[in-house]
Design a protein around this ligand. Structure first.
Ligand SMILES: O=P(O)(O)OC[C@H]1O[C@](O)(CO)[C@@H](O)[C@@H]1O
Length: 539
């Protein structure tokens, strides 16, 4: 069964939501709280070690029921079944979307083209486990007989962002190996990393689903040449491994067939950290922690698949985001983790969310006349409070935000954690309540300063409060956003799993590259022509 192709704006629910928006748009959240002592209890979900409070939103019982009606109208339930059944819901690339299979238990069954993929999934997981154990224990040696001390992940996009974010987020759980990530084709990136490496003790993990990505192959070749300055070709087999679907191209690169960790075309790049793309995670925190990360994601998958929509965390978060994006006209969403460990979380989600849902053609191939993908940004609190929070509090734009926090710190420093958490809680309260003129006056503010100190308030937030940052809870958190992406794509009637939008720039870049050192001339506008000339004359 193909995905439904309902234009959401033609549904009854959408029309009712439009009328409802007109009634609700000037409603103050603090009035909604005053009217209902039970609001926080009614608009929150407790699940496992998660407490998701979505009460600080400009929503009522009716808003939620209309949003849930919208989910019914666009046939979200059927779409979830299609996804988990391995149907080729990535229609434009004719692929199934089954990253959920990668984190499912061994006895689960996921079918692609009538074949259960789980035996293959577990074969690769076994390979990851045994390789990780050998590297971490020091049993596996480099070409001069020394144990590995460093791991370098060479990849970009989904072959970099997920592993890099998770390795950083789980640094508390790290072993003795130092892990670096090389992604940018900017040669200064790879050279800065090379400076820190000893070829005798470094393991290189080349990650590229296609094994054709310019950045990754350039970096891998540069590193290989540097490695061969001190080692022989035969030593490559001891120091280079690859994760890819393109086994032929990997072998062409010179990598030993035993050193290839396969993946499958039913795993999208930005959803691939659960596959062997996560090898550097496993190497960095050990297989058990890596496996717990996958377990957490699987628990969220089960929650998403089996929980009715009104208590379903990803569904509720997705629908609330649609409410602001499509009815309030909000353009961006902030993601603010109150944990320095999640420093790269928003950057990681930018690819997941914006590459997936940055589309303007619907599933019927027709141009879209409503808003789709939200713009995602964010930084950890409390740092971000001293950076961009001014604009969220007093700027002219509506910026719904997810606040993510943990009840326990990993190093157990209560004093710091209490301060952190007090900020975490204070900000969402302040964003909602603002500060009235009367309150400003009562503070004894000089008359001419009063208008500048007023906070309108009524700024919406979700609070995602988790007991502790562990591999398992991180897995749940990432999977929560993955399912949110899926739900939004279904509602917006777009294909979330292709990314043709990144192709055009790539094609043009390869033409321009040819022009740098030859007399080849492609037609360009006068601006590009001048810029090209400037580069050629001064490089
Ligand atoms: O793993 P690959 O094939 O090198 O691709 C890297 C990235 O490039 C993209 O195709 C486009 O940016 C991403 O979707 C992907 O994660």
């Amino acid at each position: 069964m193909a995905l439904p192709t309902v234009n959401p704006t033609t549904t009854n629910a959408w029309k009712k939501l439009q009328a409802h928006f007109e009634d609700l748009k000037n409603t103050q959240m603090k009035d909604l709280f005053a009217q209902d002592a039970e609001r926080a209890n009614k608009k929150s979900i407790k699940w496992d070690d998660f407490y998701v409070d979505f009460s600080k939103n400009i929503i009522t019982k009716e808003t939620l029921s209309l949003l849930l009606e919208l989910a019914e109208d666009v046939k979200l339930k059927e779409a979830i079944v299609s996804q988990f059944a391995g149907e080729k819901i990535n229609k434009t690339e004719d692929r199934a979307v089954l990253h959920t299979a990668l984190r499912a238990p061994k006895n689960a069954q996921f079918f692609v083209d009538g074949e259960n993929v789980m035996p293959e999934v577990y074969e690769v997981r076994e390979k990851i486990k045994s390789f990780t154990d050998k590297v971490v224990s020091g049993k596996l040696k480099g070409y001069t007989g020394k144990a590995f001390t460093h791991v370098v992940n060479i990849g970009i996009g989904g072959s970099d962002l997920g592993p890099a974010m998770v390795v950083d987020a789980l640094q508390y759980y790290k072993n003795q190996l130092t892990t670096y990530f090389v992604s940018n084709v900017d040669g200064d990136h790879v050279n800065e990393i090379i400076k820190k490496l000893d070829p005798e003790t470094t393991l290189f993990v080349i990650v590229s689903k296609t094994f054709t990505t310019q950045e990754t192959l350039s970096n891998a070749n540069t590193i290989k040449s540097w490695f061969l300055q001190s080692a022989t070709r035969a030593d490559i087999a001891k120091h280079f491994v690859a994760v890819s679907t393109n086994l032929e191209k990997v072998k062409d690169f010179g990598i030993d067939a035993n050193n290839i960790f396969p993946m499958w075309d039913w795993v999208g790049g930005r959803f691939s950290l659960w596959s062997a793309v996560g090898l550097s995670i496993s190497l960095s925190v050990g297989y058990q922690n890596y496996s717990n990360l996958l377990l957490g994601a699987n628990k969220m998958d089960e929650h998403f698949k089996t929980t009715s929509f009104e208590s379903n965390i990803p569904v509720i978060l997705a629908l609330i985001s649609i409410w602001y994006n499509n009815f309030f006209g909000a353009e961006t969403e902030a993601i603010i983790p109150y944990s320095q460990y999640l420093n790269q979380f928003a950057t990681y989600l930018q690819q997941g969310i914006m590459e997936s849902n940055g589309k303007s053609v619907d599933r019927n191939g027709k141009p879209i006349n409503y808003q789709t993908g939200t713009i995602i940004w964010g930084e950890p609190g409390t740092n971000s409070q001293h950076a961009f929070f001014q604009l969220i509090h007093q700027g002219t734009k509506l910026i719904p935000a997810d606040f993510i926090g943990f009840t326990q710190s990993l190093h157990g420093n209560r004093e710091h954690h209490d301060k952190l958490t007090s900020n975490f809680l204070a900000q969402t309260e302040a964003l909602m309540n603002g500060k009235t003129k009367e309150e400003v006056i009562a503070e004894g503010t000089k008359a001419n300063i009063i208008p500048f100190k007023i906070f309108e308030g009524n700024k919406p937030t979700n609070t995602i409060f988790v007991k502790k940052l562990t591999p398992e809870s991180l897995g749940k958190l990432i999977a929560m956003y993955e399912h949110k992406i899926f739900v939004q794509g279904i509602v917006w009637n777009i294909f979330s799993y292709d990314q043709f939008g990144v192709e055009l720039g790539k094609q043009l870049a390869s033409k321009i590259l040819k022009e740098f050192d030859s007399n080849e001339n492609f037609p360009h506008d006068s601006s590009t022509k001048n810029l090209l000339k400037f580069y050629k004359n001064s490089k």
